[in-house]
Design a protein around this ligand. Structure first.
Ligand code: NAI
Length: 407
C-alpha cells in the first residue's frame, strides 16, 4: 500500500539540503515559496500543510496556527525561535524544532580568525592603507602561538574554539558556571576574574542571561591586562560598549572584535551606529558569526531530520516547546498512537483502557510531561477499530491524536 505524502510548505529559501532530509523516512511533498510571505499570503497557502518550514523573518502566531488545522509541526531553519508563538503552538499540539548547533564551527572559525588579525593589528593597518599610509612596522604585532586565550563559556562554540586554538599553539584557559570536560591542554580557571587577569585575549561565548548581561562592565574591562584584546561574537548585551570604546581609545586595550551589538539594525535600510566605530584596531561585523553556506546546509539537514523523525516516528527530541520523547523506529505490524494532551492525572490509564477495550496489546509506551503539556506515545498490536482515534480525542484533555502505521 502506498502511503499518502505529507504536504510540507517551506518558505524563506530554506537550504535545498533540507529536501533529502525531509524525505528520508517516507514520502513528503515539498512546496516552496520564495522569500518571507506576508501573513495574509501565508494564511492563503498554509491551509492543507502538515509541515511549515520557516527561517527567522516569518512570524508564526496563534491566528496563523488557527488557519492551519492540519499542521503537525513547525521547523525553524535557523537558531532562534522568537518568531514563533511557542506556547500557542504547544497548546495546539504542534511541536517546534530548530537547529541550535549547526553554526558552531562557523563562529569558532570567525573567532580564531579575529584573534590572529587583531594580534597582527591588521584592522589598524588596513585603515591606514585606505588613507594611503604604509604601516610596515612590526611594532605591537605578534604571533598567536604561546599567547593566552581566555574563553568565557565553554559550551559548543567555546569548546570547539579551544581545540582550534590549541592546535595553533595557544595556551587555552576557560571559565564556565557548569563543570566542563577540558579539551586537550585547556585549563579551567577558578573564577571569571582570574581568567580576565591572566589572558592576552578574552573571548565571550555565553548566552544572554540576567547573570551575563553587562558581564564585561567598565570594572572588568579595566581589570584586563594592558594591551589585551576583547572579542564578543556571542550576544550584544554582554559588554558595556561605551567602556570598551573608552579602553580602546585610551590604549588600555590593544583591539577588539565585535559581531553583536546592544542595538542592531533590523534591515539593510536602517543605519548602524555604535561608539566602537572609528576606534583603533577593531573588527566590527554585522552579526555574521554563524553566517556561512556550510552552516545554512547544516541547518537545513538538522531541522529537516527532526521534522522527518516527528512525521514518521513521532520523535520530539530537541523540540523547543514539547516534552521530549524518542520512541525509535516503529516495528512491523504495530500502530503507533501519538497523543499530545493536557498534563492531568490518569491520562495514560484512560488511553490504556481504550486499547484494552479495542482488544489491542500495548507493545511499548512512552510518556513525558512538561508543565501543562503531556505527550503520550503507544505502540499497539492488533486490529484497531476505525474510530479508535476519535475515541482518544474524546478523552478529556486530549489536544490531538494521530496514528502512524508501520510500512
Ligand atoms: P552553549 O549553550 O553551547 O554554551 C554556552 C556556555 O556558556 C555553557 O557551557 C554555559 O554553561 C555557559 N555559561 C552560561 N552562563 C555563564 C556564565 N554566567 N558564566 C560562564 N559561563 C556561562 O552555547 P553556544 O552554542 O556555544 O553559543 C554561545 C553564544 O554564541 C550564545 O550567546 C549564542 O547566542 C552565540 N552565537 C552567536 C552567533 C553569531 O552569529 N554571532 C551564532 C551562534 C551563536
Amino acid at each position: 500500500m502506498t502511503q499518502t505524502a505529507f504536504d510540507a510548505l517551506l518558505v524563506e529559501n530554506v537550504h535545498p539540503d533540507a529536501d533529502g532530509a525531509l524525505t528520508q523516512c517516507g514520502p513528503v511533498a515539498i512546496r516552496r515559496l520564495a522569500g518571507s510571505p506576508s501573513p495574509e499570503a501565508l494564511r492563503g497557502e498554509i491551509a492543507g500543510a502538515r509541515i511549515l518550514g520557516i527561517r527567522s523573518r516569518t512570524q508564526v502566531d496563534a491566528p496563523l496556527l488557527d488557519a492551519a488545522p492540519d499542521l503537525l509541526a513547525v521547523g525553524c531553519f535557523c537558531i532562534g525561535t522568537n518568531q514563533v508563538d511557542l506556547a500557542a503552538a504547544a497548546a495546539r499540539g504542534v511541536p517546534v524544532f530548530n537547529a541550535p548547533f549547526a553554526n558552531t564551527r562557523s563562529v569558532a572559525e570567525l573567532t580564531i580568525a579575529s584573534v590572529i588579525m587583531l594580534m597582527r593589528r591588521v584592522p589598524e593597518k588596513m585603515a591606514a592603507i585606505d588613507r594611503g599610509e604604509w604601516l610596515k612596522s612590526a611594532d605591537g604585532c605578534n604571533e598567536v602561538r604561546k599567547k593566552k586565550l581566555g574563553i568565557i563559556g565553554y559550551g559548543n562554540i567555546g569548546a570547539q574554539l579551544s581545540v582550534i586554538a590549541s592546535a595553533l599553539g595557544m595556551h587555552v584557559y576557560f571559565y564556565d558556571i557548569e563543570p566542563k570536560l577540558a579539551h586537550g591542554n585547556a585549563r579551567p580557571t577558578d573564577s571569571l576574574d582570574a581568567l580576565i587577569a591572566e589572558c592576552d585575549v578574552v573571548t565571550l561565548h555565553v548566552p544572554s542571561t540576567p547573570r551575563t548581561r553587562n558581564l564585561m562592565n567598565a570594572e572588568r574591562i579595566r581589570a584586563m591586562k594592558p594591551g589585551a584584546f576583547l572579542i564578543n561574537q556571542a550576544r550584544g548585551d554582554l559588554v558595556d560598549v561605551d567602556a570598551l570604546a573608552a579602553a580602546l581609545r585610551s590604549g588600555h586595550l590593544a583591539g577588539a572584535a565585535v559581531d553583536v551589538f546592544p542595538v542592531e539594525p533590523k534591515s539593510k535600510e536602517e543605519r548602524f551606529e555604535s561608539p566602537l566605530i572609528g576606534c583603533p584596531n577593531v573588527i566590527l561585523t554585522p552579526h555574521i558569526g554563524g553566517s556561512t553556506l556550510e552552516a545554512q546546509a547544516a541547518i537545513g539537514l538538522d531541522a529537516a531530520t527532526k521534522l522527518a523523525r516527528y512525521l514518521f516516528e513521532g520523535a520530539t527530541s530537541q523540540s523547543v516547546n514539547f516534552p521530549e520523547v524518542d520512541p525509535g523506529p516503529l516495528q512491523p505490524g504495530r500502530t503507533r498512537i501519538l497523543a499530545p494532551h493536557l498534563n492531568r492525572p490518569g491520562y495514560l490509564r484512560k488511553l490504556n483502557n481504550l486499547a484494552e477495550e479495542a482488544g489491542a496489546n500495548v507493545a511499548a509506551q512512552f510518556l513525558q510531561t512538561d508543565g501543562e503539556l503531556g505527550y503520550a506515545v503507544a505502540d499497539l498490536e492488533g486490529e484497531l477499530p476505525g474510530d479508535f482515534l476519535d475515541r482518544i480525542r474524546a478523552i478529556d484533555g486530549t489536544i490531538r491524536a494521530r496514528a502512524i502505521r508501520a510500512r
